[in-house]
Design a protein around this ligand. Sequence first.
Ligand SMILES: C[S@@+](CC[C@H](N)C(=O)[O-])C[C@H]1O[C@@H](n2cnc3c(N)ncnc32)[C@H](O)[C@@H]1O
Length: 493
Amino acid sequence: MSRMEDMENEEEHHRLKHEEALEIKSLRRIIGAYLNYPEASEEDIIRYERSFRRLPPTHKALLSDYPLKFQRLRRSIATNSYFIFNMLQAFEPPIDISKDIDMIEDPHPEDSSKELFSEGKIAYLGEPTSRRMMCCSEFDQHGCDGGNNNQCRSPAIPHTNEEADIEGNCPSNTGRHLSSLKHTEEKDKCGGSAMADSNGNVSSSQQEWLDPSIQSNVPLVDVDKVRCIIRNIVRDWAAEGQKERDQCYKPILEELDALFPNRSKERPPACLVPGAGLGRLALEISCLGFISQGNEFSYYMMICSSFILNHTQTVGEWTIYPWIHSNCNSLSDSDQLRPVSIPDIHPASAGITDGFSMCGGDFVEVYSDPSQVGAWDTVVTCFFIDTAHNIVEYIEIISKVLKDGGVWINLGPLLYHFADMYGQEDDMSIELSLEDVKRVALHYGFELEKERTIETTYTTNPRSMMQNRYFAAFWTMRKKPASAQQEAMKIDP
Ligand SMILES: C[S@@+](CC[C@H](N)C(=O)[O-])C[C@H]1O[C@@H](n2cnc3c(N)ncnc32)[C@H](O)[C@@H]1O
């Protein structure tokens, strides 16, 4: 081997090590945020109690039930923590995150704040032709072959305005420390059998990385992400989210059903769902008779969707209290403190079509791969296209991955996620109007077949006094065959 090759190998080795270190850091940070949930929530209650104590006696006397509410809040937090802890227990990190990474020099420490998959490290959750999903031990029992196939890519800073925009986003503290999830009723359950899997096996590696000592301070932004996930669970996996799913997912499912009327069971059409969130839409599409692949780049989302898809055993197995983190706009305390059962369906018995998978990674990086050209009969985007730094690039990729004659169904607003990243000069954000989005799509060979506006909410508490509504664009576009595109170019250069 020449000296030059030696140097190149060493450089490559260094690069991979560095990426691994970043991956470990970001995963630890996300797990830290989940583990921190009880303590961060407790801090909020302490704040409420502090305010209550400052009331004059006459006012206190009027609110004699208020301390009772704090106790109910504490119990609800314990229940949420129990769910989160079980979810983390089931998570199989695609990388050994207990590894010592202090030795690895990090020239870009800020990168570790990114919550996502770095190159070649994360689980690729199944090929379109298999039934694999991440951590799919439960699905193994139903014929799912487990296994990871490294595929996914570089990080991006997820900044979801839909999530950030949620009502009642009251400010809370920063720089919180990890909680050991102790001293709660529910934790007592965790401390016992819940530390083991359903067969009673305890995984030492899981316990190792759940050790709070590998965690660090958890910033406010991460605390909020965990709360957003809890609300997203309602959207995707609770009966209470049905109305929102009917607004967003039903029109898409009806459109798919109408566009592929004679779909074959032997060779089902293939549907890609970028930005799949917690996976319900991708699952529904699978149940409709498509080979469905969700793509998602947030570990926060993937850890949770994997748990629900692969590890839930029965309908209503878990209880969560999704609305407790906002005291604003409640009609009553019992509205705020109402429990929600999840999941509303048992995913493993929902009737999925073979080939259902979730692929972790950045849409741009994963689906720019040449192997993806013309691979999909349909692409479905729901509340996704405005997550782009460059929406033109998203549209270009959607066009490329579709077969000639394939369809793109979209539903969502244009609340560009990087629009408000003031002061971050590196963060590109192309913010087109709907008119321009459609013009760009025409350029990439799409023909608009259907278009309408759909009024909907996004992770909204249906009993809140504040309901943010979107007038979302809904369309079906068909990719013209290459010959038709060339013909059009001749007429309209
Ligand atoms: C607003 S949420 C919508 C989720 C889901 N489609 C729904 O309707 O509930 C957007 C999702 O896209 C994901 N996302 C954003 N940018 C992405 C990218 N470049 N690649 C893959 N997923 C991305 C986010 O993590 C988030 O889960």
